[in-house]
Design a protein around this ligand. Sequence first.
Ligand SMILES: *[C@@H]1O[C@H](CO)[C@@H](O)[C@H](O)[C@H]1NC(C)=O
Ligand SMILES: *[C@@H]1O[C@H](CO)[C@@H](O)[C@H](O)[C@H]1NC(C)=O
Ligand SMILES: *[C@@H]1O[C@H](CO)[C@@H](O)[C@H](O)[C@H]1NC(C)=O
Length: 395
Amino acid sequence: MSCSPMPSDYHYVKLKSDCSRSSLQWYTQAQNKMRRPSLLLKVIFKYMLPVFGVCIILYIIKLNYTTEECDMKKVPYVDPDRIKRAQKYAQQVLQEKCRPNFAKKSMARLFETYKMDLLPFVKKAPRVNEAEYKYDPPFGFRQFSSKVQTLLEVLPEHDFPEHLKTKSCRRCVVIGSGGILHGLGLGHALNQFDVVIRLNSAPVEGYSEHVGNKTTIRMTYPEGAPLSDLEYYSNDLFVAVLFKSVDFNWLQAMVKNETLPFWVRLFFWKQVAEKIPLQPKHFRILNPVIIKETAFDILQYSEPQSRFWGRDKNIPTIGVIAIVLATHLCDEVSFAGFGYDLSQPDTPLHYFDNLCMAAMNFQTMHNVTTETQFLLKLVKAQVVKDLSGGIHCEF
Ligand SMILES: *[C@@H]1O[C@H](CO)[C@@H](O)[C@H](O)[C@H]1NC(C)=O
Ligand SMILES: *[C@@H]1O[C@H](CO)[C@@H](O)[C@H](O)[C@H]1NC(C)=O
Ligand SMILES: *[C@@H]1O[C@H](CO)[C@@H](O)[C@H](O)[C@H]1NC(C)=O
């Protein structure tokens, strides 16, 4: 088990203090010097990790006091013509005929290794599904099989809910956190999709004109789960992305409406939600094979070489994972709020906070270039629609 800093698509990017950096470098150097760490070193690592955690906490506290560089509380100016064209385009997408299985079939055509029958969520099964346990998290649950089994015992449902399954053709939209969403007034159009997938803590409250106020799926790792009860609607599915040992403890506590022990809380790199106001039947675990498929089969990243996640920039962002998930869940897929334009360092990174695009240059988990090329390929092949035009503008 490790308590190294977790990949966040927006908090980790700012973790560039000397504090976190030097610990990482120190670890790397130590690792290079000694192929097989001695017992002494192991003991040092074991006790260094909490110190490392404290570093991160101090840095996050510091983060809260940084200046407001790209403050999103002010709605940015967007050309009224562009707003009109975006809204018209979204309505046009909604009015096109829905083609059953279109997303899956198209993905299989584009990517030979795409598996059309992958389950979206982890399920109780009479036999262990080997693919789920082949890799360490986030690509699999190797060494976590007993924790997974325990969790599955407390989750009453593992499927897509019946009322969504019965619809003969589903249109889904994945809403990214991109600053490009702000000002386009797409909320009304986004609410008309059958399934609306939101990521991490991306809020609805205060932004619904631009991001809508319907949520069907909230997909997040523990640290990303919204802290405010207002962000949960009673019918949402909460889809957990699990990375580390304590993530399983956290999810179990949330499902059973129990209090997380204080010592467990120390292992998170950021404050985690204490209660999730949803019934147990609304929780799911993302099938880690979807992350594996996204990373190795679709983006063609190399398989993990080290214990430190993201050292190889081989962790897909949760946004890209959600788009691949959507192709498995839905017949037609659109997205909005995607696209990092690194050539515009002073533009807002997200629609809801004050980070600037430049922050993306400091993250160490994700290969933005590869992801952008992948999304561009999907949009150009007309497999998915880009409603805010941050990847490829069709309006
Ligand atoms: C979304 O907003 C509309 C209008 O503002 C409101 O009527 C509706 O109840 C809201 N839906 C949810 C799920 O909050
Ligand atoms: C969770 O427990 C609290 C009391 O600790 C209770 O007020 C709340 O209704 C419970 N929530 C659910 C979803 O059961
Ligand atoms: C991202 O992936 C591309 C290959 O698609 C590679 O050329 C590039 O070096 C990678 N970038 C980083 C920062 O690792």
